[in-house]
Design a protein around this ligand. Structure first.
Ligand code: SF4
Length: 330
């Protein structure tokens, strides 16, 4: 986590969770990070690590029961959005923060043409635009995401288009509103490899050319390598490691990051060398008393089972591990 006043986004000690019949689950626990212009931050971790709840928390979609914010702050360009009411948040979503979801059709309404949806969205977020100007902006946005035949796409209904096309339209819709921050939650998981590469390239290009800061939620290290400049590793609701993407992937300091990287299948290996992380993720209704990774960690010592490691800067990155200074063998 960098302490920098040029940050577009500052998240501090964020805690969000859910009330369940069995008790309260804190799905995002004491999460802090910054994001500056031109940065693409990948948040990675297994299912249930807290990465998607972190993304939803950033656009304040956890505020209705059973979801709840238990503490912390989310500052976007100096405004703590946790202090805004729902009406104020409606103008933040889309205009200040754009969001792309895993389901390519999630942001599209099946009963309206793409033209109607793009034009309405653009006019809602920019009241200066008349219908003709909004249509022009929609055409431009479609060209930007790789549709040369904009007339055909504009006249289509979502069910007439493939999942990959819908995802690119969703991206066009978000980018045309010119957000200050873009959050993409597993944006390419449901797409084939060719479309996936196209979407990732678009995101990277936009960030490089306009400085748009992007958060991409993924469980795919290939996506991280392709697009991110920084990476934040989550496990059991805690951030476990954060740093420059090349440095973290080349020399992970946290045993969980090491295990995650080892679990990627090696296509060149003669035998099936895929290593799974043994054991199960923690039950967040009753998380382990000490380090959340301790029951699965091959390096765990006594203190790991007794005390939650502090989140602290160690050399070129931030790590939550009792052995971070001494180093754990990889
Ligand atoms: Fe493993 Fe202990 Fe580090 Fe947790 S604190 S990751 S159990 S070595």
């Amino acid at each position: 986590m960098e302490q920098n006043d040029r940050s577009v986004l500052k998240v501090r000690n964020l805690r969000t969770g859910f009330a369940t019949p069995a008790g309260t689950v804190i799905a995002v626990d004491d999460v802090s990070f910054d994001l500056k212009r031109n940065e693409v931050l990948a948040i990675i971790g297994e299912s249930g690590s807290g990465k998607t709840v972190t993304a939803l928390s950033l656009i304040k979609l956890i505020s209705t029961p059973p979801g709840r914010y238990f503490g912390g702050s989310i500052e976007i360009e100096g405004t703590d959005i946790l202090k805004l009411n729902e009406r104020e948040m409606e103008s933040v979503r889309g205009k200040t923060i754009g969001m792309i979801f895993q389901n390519p059709r999630a942001s599209l309404d099946p009963s309206f043409t793409i033209e109607f949806q793009l034009v309405e969205t653009l006019m809602r977020h920019n009241r200066q635009l008349d219908r003709q100007a909004a249509l022009e902006a929609a055409r431009k946005a479609l060209l930007e995401v790789g549709f040369p035949d904009t007339a055909r796409v504009l006249a289509s209904y979502p069910h007439q288009l493939s999942g990959g096309m819908c995802q690119r339209i969703g991206l066009a819709m978000v980018l045309a509103c010119d957000p200050k921050l873009l959050i993409a939650d597993e944006p390419t998981t449901a797409l084939d490899v060719g479309v996936q590469a196209k979407i990732l390239l678009l995101l990277k290009k936009r960030s490089r050319e306009t400085g748009l800061p992007i958060i991409i939620i993924t469980h795919d290290i290939g996506v991280v390598r392709a697009v991110a400049t920084r990476v934040l590793v989550m496990y059991g609701g805690h951030v476990q490691e954060e740093g420059d993407v090349d440095e973290v992937l080349a020399s992970p300091k946290h045993p969980y990051t090491q295990a995650l990287i080892r679990s990627i299948p090696d296509p060149d290996a003669e035998q099936d060398a895929m290593t799974f992380i043994k054991g199960e993720p923690p039950n967040l209704l009753a998380p382990p008393r000490g380090c959340r990774f301790a029951p699965r960690c091959e390096h765990a010592v006594r203190i790991c089972h007794e005390k939650v490691p502090a989140w602290r800067e160690v050399g070129d990155r931030w790590v939550r591990c009792h052995l971070a200074e001494t180093g754990v063998p990889q």
